[in-house]
Design a protein around this ligand. Sequence first.
Ligand SMILES: [Zn+2]
Length: 416
Amino acid sequence: MRVSKVLKAICGFSREVVVIGVGVISGPRPVLEIHVRSKLRRRGRCGRCGQLGSWFDNGGGARRWRHVDAGFATVELVAVGRRVDCTGCGPTVAAVPWARHDSAFTRAFEDLVVHDAIVGNKAAAAVRYGISWRAVNNACVRLATEALDRVDLLDGVTAIAIDEVKYKKGQRYLTVVCDHATGKVIWAAKGRSRATVGQFFDALGDRADGLEFVTADGAAWIRDVVAVRAPNAIVCLDTFHVIGWAIDALDVVRRQEWNRLRQAGAAGAAKEFKGLRFLLRRNWENLAPGQRAVIDRLARANRRTFRAHQLKEELRDIFALPPTAARWALDQWLAWASRSKLAPFVRLARTIRTYRPSIEATLEWRLTNGIAESNNASIGRIRTNARGFHDPHAFITMIMLDRAGLNPQLPWDHAA
Ligand SMILES: [Zn+2]
């Protein structure tokens, strides 16, 4: 087997790539330099717009692209950066089969970097490949932009969830839209206001006519805009949010009881109480037997908190029932909450009555809280992995890559 053939196989080059020379620069990390060119053609493609054009010149001479490592060596492709005379863009560097326009990395290398940035985080990817954080970030933006140009995520959507996601301390939010059919994020933008939701409907255009269901929390900034821009859509209250309200109400009861104990001088009991916060918030089925025992003990130790916890868990169970059973059970629950003598739950019962038609629509159309819940969890993970985001656009890029299904395949998976 000829050396160039071995190299082509190892580097995963397509038939479009011709190897014309090889060199090694030795060092602790050797650099394998592979001189390449595109297959000769009478005309070239503009790197920016893709139009065919006649050759213009050899540009600034040799250019280099970092490629996937081979063993201990980093691999660099070297080629003349020929330019085409594009009728639209003027003299422009021609497209090359191994790299995206304006990138110092090959496609395959860039896909690996972005893959690692999504699975882990950008800082880890930068260390792993010995490149700067900024280079990783640019690669993520380039891939997301390319993917968003290729696919239209808003096409054919009939049921969506509109939600807000915090990206930074101090009331900084993004608005995120998911498709109930696929569970994917289909749109995200900075801000949470009527104007932000308006931007989404601008992007959606005529397709808003096809929208049948919109789930959201009770916020007026979402509902009001949906009512105007998609008047035929049924607005459903995502049960995920209703359970969130119940968790908040439970937390208020717990805090009130803790303060009461503290003021009564029962310091030990109060301290034990404080640690309960996260246990009470969690779903019962996810608790270990020991943790359940702690909550069961509350039945004697603090009836009010115990009752609040029961109310929260009961509401979760109701939303898992078939619609008719859920409607009946919700009546019982509302009666129970209203006479519970727990002010936060009396208030919650009033709120649920206000939103009842929207809640019942959610139950009837089986738009379960699954997607909002799982997307919120995943988006939280993206934020945690990155240790927060200062730039909302960087956050949006990562959300789209990860949650819109735009994440790149590993290069050897799509080579075949
Ligand atoms: Zn062009």
